[in-house]
Design a protein around this ligand. Sequence first.
Ligand SMILES: Nc1nc2c(ncn2[C@@H]2O[C@H](COP(=O)(O)OP(=O)(O)O)[C@@H](O)[C@H]2O)c(=O)[nH]1
Ligand SMILES: [Mg+2]
Length: 387
Amino acid sequence: MKVIIIIPTYNEKGNIERLIEILQNDVFPNIKNHQMHILVVDDSSPDKTADVVEQLTKKYKNLHLLNNGNKLGLGAAYVRGMNTAIEKLGAEVMFEMDADLSHDPKKVPEFLQKIDEGYDMVIGTRYSQGGSIPSNWGIIRKIYSVFGNLLVKAILMRFWIHDWTGGFRALRKEVFLKEKKELTSFRGYTFQVSFLHKAVRDGFKVAEVPIHFTDRTLGRSKIAPKEYIAELLTYVVAARFWELVYSPFLKYAITGFTGYIINAVGLEYFYRQGFHPSIAGAIGAELSIIWNFVINNFWAFNQYKITNPLKILVKFPQFNLVSFGSLIIISAILAVGNYFFGPASRQIFLVIAIGFFVIPYSYSMYNIFIWKRWHISFLSGLQKMVG
Ligand SMILES: Nc1nc2c(ncn2[C@@H]2O[C@H](COP(=O)(O)OP(=O)(O)O)[C@@H](O)[C@H]2O)c(=O)[nH]1
Ligand SMILES: [Mg+2]
């Protein structure tokens, strides 16, 4: 395959020359099954990085330079670079790599190995076993990087990817072609996070390669974490919000709420027909369970809906069992509330029971056991997280 290593540069005169020499002389000769190229994307660096690269293109036929013009940030440089790599140079696989030798060029074959195994995107990760960040980083930079990554993982709820902000990656051109329209407005770390997030969202297969990130010895960093933290947080929070809106969760919540109304109306109706409140309440509850099952099946989880009547016969009792679990949770928590705070606390504890226990419990049960939506991504993700 034709592989193009894309290296964005801004004032990297000293670094880029060393990196190109290492790639050409120490790395590429060991890669036999791919055609290796380099594309440097320079934003009119005042230190004349472009001239250095231009000189080297005379020596190396597989070295290309894109004069990108004004400095519009890392994201813009990569989008432009990847478009050029695909359209003009015929890239099938592309790398993202920093010019400052923070990314060990000798790791390139390991990334390609994963591509050969069929992965669409390979992430160099500093935060899993075998990876590291420089010990001499200041405490502030460490905090930004470690907690930034944790926060992204927690908000996006994808724990099996360990490094979201890193910029040493390989990807098939299909990943970029699919996502590029949505990437143009992101800068700095937000570009890396959003690109990876969209790739994962769309089901591209992602692998990780542990890397040791070494600090640059020449030049200065152009990316200040604190400048991007607000942008990054805005991105992940908004992305998660829309994911929830489009996922079954909101519909599940609406269904649950209407189910509660059916329960209450049932209680009232059968009580007025002369039933004991506990019986009337139980009838209302079962009506609500039937409603919940039907609406979740044909609406909230309709992509996973159960239509085979025999299967419904099996699933419906299971669904009742899950609902029975909710019932036990609610009465247990009401009992605890009653014990510590007396009966006046009942409504508050009902809200606590539903909000913090019943919703996470029943939503997970539906996803894992009833409609099996999380079977692959969630459980295997959990496995990867532990392993
Ligand atoms: N073309 C281009 N390259 C950039 C820009 N900002 C950063 N880079 C390059 O992106 C890579 C990573 O930047 P760096 O400053 O080392 O970020 P850090 O490692 O997070 O401190 C380096 O190769 C930079 O030269 C930019 O606006 N345009
Ligand atoms: Mg750097």
